[in-house]
Write a protein that binds this ligand. Structure first.
Ligand code: ZN
Ligand code: ZN
Length: 344
């Protein structure tokens, strides 16, 4: 089969590799769509301790099951499926408790398991038994199915932040994932969603998908503006959805007393941030993190998309063939668009 192989850092080569053999407890998917995630771009430049080249990246995908092993009963040939990223091992304390994104091994598609920037992707026994593999209905496109993965991560974060009816929600960062928080926050009951971004270009898209207020942080003082928009009290919920360390400090300043802060966007490895922790203490803030998702979030993401409650189509800006995967990575990194999809 043809696959985009990360041979070494900053070197992806599209080439012929052996098509995976399908064991009795495994299945093979013909990939129809795989989106480029910010983490794929990070791995391309800096590597990851769970990715050992030569490796096939790609963890936001969908396709059709074309082969199943004799022992597989949960899926059949012809099933249209969306595939998520984090794969619970099914055996550690965290996985058994339903927190597979905190698994001690933290298996993921496109990491330890070969990903979907390829014609075919193998669903091994662990993936089939415990992983985020879910049917998508006929009327839902494969492109939409691929974006169930990033949406699942958003659902994990919004769940942890506990948005309530009437809340004012701040999203720091208007990248595709930050912008996915907007419709979910509105659906969860937010009365006002404020989105902050350094470059003004992406704020127009934030508005398009439901932001009530946008703040361009390179032109305005973001903390002062949030306080102004909230009667001086601050926001009920603040999400950081950018890789900027100072956003974490500012999030505490923007949050209302008893507010919730979710540190959703990861920072460059080893980052240290100086925080005024007395803000957490005196304001009784609840600060949480969010990393990846578990299969139930992925299933819910598919339901929100397939029911038409959430228009994920508008988050797709570019489509490329597998041969053009390097160009797809370049566009994804350039922030010229939103989600970039590779169609093997
Ligand atoms: Zn991703
Ligand atoms: Zn586990």
């Amino acid at each position: 089969m043809k696959a985009a192989v990360l041979e070494s850092l900053e070197n992806i080569v599209v080439k012929e590799v052996p098509t995976p053999e399908v064991g009795p407890d495994e299945a093979l998917v013909k990939v129809h769509a795989c989106a480029v995630c910010g983490s794929d771009v990070r791995i391309y430049h800096h590597g990851n301790n769970r990715v050992i080249p030569p490796a096939i990246l790609g963890h936001e995908s969908s396709g059709e099951i074309i082969k199943v092993g004799a022992g597989v009963t949960s899926f059949q040939v012809g099933d249209r499926v969306a595939l998520g990223s984090d794969v619970p091992c099914g055996e550690c304390d965290f996985c058994k408790a339903g927190h597979g994104n905190n698994c001690v091994i933290n298996y993921a598609m496109g990491y330890q398991f070969p990903g979907s920037f390829a014609e075919y992707v193998l669903l091994n026994r662990t993936v089939l038994n415990f992983g985020p593999v879910h049917l998508i209905p006929e009327h839902m496109s494969y492109d939409e199915g691929a974006l169930a993965e990033p949406l699942a991560c958003v659902l994990n974060a919004t769940e942890l932040a506990g948005i309530k009816l009437g809340d004012t929600v701040v999203v720091m960062g208007a990248g595709p994932i930050g912008c996915m928080i907007i419709p979910v926050a509105l659906m969860s009951g937010a009365a006002k969603v404020i989105v902050i971004n350094r470059s003004p270009g992406r704020l127009a898209f934030a508005k398009q998908v439901g932001a009530d207020v946008t703040i361009c942080s390179s032109e305005e003082d973001q903390v002062a503006r949030v306080l102004e928009e909230t009667g001086g009290l601050g926001a009920d919920v603040v999400f950081t959805a950018n890789p900027t360390p100072s956003a974490h400090a500012d999030a505490l300043l923007m949050a209302k007393n008893r507010g919730r802060v979710n540190l959703f966007g990861g920072l460059p490895a080893g980052s240290k941030v100086e925080l005024e922790t007395n803000l957490i203490h005196y304001k009784e803030l609840i600060v949480s993190g969010a990393h990846g998702s578990v299969p139930r979030h992925h299933r819910l993401a598919i339901e929100l998309i397939s029911s038409g409650k959430l228009d994920i189509q508008s988050f797709i800006s570019h489509r490329f063939s597998l041969d053009e995967v390097n160009e797809a990575f370049r566009i994804a990194e350039s922030k010229e668009g939103l989600r970039v999809i590779v169609k093997p």
